[in-house]
Design a protein around this ligand. Structure first.
Ligand code: CAA
Length: 239
């Protein structure tokens, strides 16, 4: 199955690796970003990928943005909900804004991005939705009550949506990356990071390509019987 794919947070980190991998598989990929224009434009130039800028936590922006992608490129057959942020702080010091920012970008975005494209997928009786959760949505993490809650929510979202759409030819799966070598993990203080890496049985951070290959498999015909699953890719850190 090839066609049009949307990857949110598709110009950096895991999302950039997913964008490149799907392009290599023959998809026309729309990479959605929200932050750094210069970096996104460089990514678009270097990889010959169309980029679109909007805030995935803003429902109206997602409605308008996905309509624009479908108008410019065609019907979306693959949606990779990857965009995410962290606001790490101990819960007893966490502010409402830290909670809301993480919940809206990491969980509200699942609704805002998926709702506009699912109807077309249902009509065409075909589609793939891949939601990027996290090891920390499975096990919880100190300093991440907000992020762990949102990423656990992504798993519930995936399982319910998979059941609703299985008979319509749409698969919905989650991928739970462990600690991957990205800017997000680079923000973790060095001594904390060293301790975390010491708990990863394979003894290193993962590479973004190691998540992209899981996503590539999930969108491929090889995964046609796989829906509602949670694919753990974490170097054995949480089993
Ligand atoms: N269990 C229980 N308590 C712990 C703890 C643990 N594992 N680690 C630290 N604490 C306690 C400390 O002992 C300390 O307690 P006291 O105040 O009683 O002494 C308290 O927590 C605060 O510790 P710090 O002084 O280090 O607090 P801080 O405010 O400077 O930083 C933190 C806390 C924000 C949690 C920081 O340690 C941190 O950033 N940790 C990393 C969190 C993390 O793993 N983030 C993942 C980002 S990457 C990502 O999210 C991608 C993905 O999907 C994997």
């Amino acid at each position: 199955m090839t066609g049009i794919a949307i990857v949110t947070g598709g110009t950096r980190g895991i999302g950039a690796a997913v964008t490149k991998a799907l392009k290599k598989e023959g998809y026309q990929v729309a990479a959605i970003y929200h932050g750094n224009d210069v970096a996104a434009e460089r990514f678009a130039r270097e990889n010959a990928v169309p980029i679109f800028k909007w805030d995935v936590s803003d429902e109206a922006a997602c409605l308008e943005g996905t309509a624009r992608v479908e108008q410019e490129l065609g019907p979306v057959s693959v949606l990779v909900n990857n965009a995410g942020i962290t606001r790490d702080v101990m819960f007893h010091k966490m502010k409402w804004e830290d909670w809301r920012a993480v919940l809206s970008t990491n969980l509200d975005s699942m609704f805002a991005m998926t709702r506009p494209v699912i109807e077309g997928m249902r009509e065409r009786r075909s589609g793939r939705v891949i939601n990027i959760s996290s090891i920390n949505g499975q096990k919880g993490q100190v300093g991440q009550v907000n992020y762990s809650s949102a990423k656990a929510g992504v798993i519930g979202f995936t399982k319910a949506l998979a059941q609703e759409n299985a008979a319509r030819g749409i698969t919905v799966n989650a991928v739970c990356p462990g600690y991957i070598d990205t800017d997000m993990v680079a923000m973790v203080p060095d001594e904390v990071k060293a301790k975390i890496v010491s708990t990863i049985p394979v003894g290193r951070l993962g590479a973004p390509d190691e998540i992209a290959s899981a996503v590539t498999w999930l969108v491929s015909p090889m995964a046609s019987f796989c829906t509602g699953s949670v694919l753990t890719v974490n170097g054995g850190q949480y089993i």
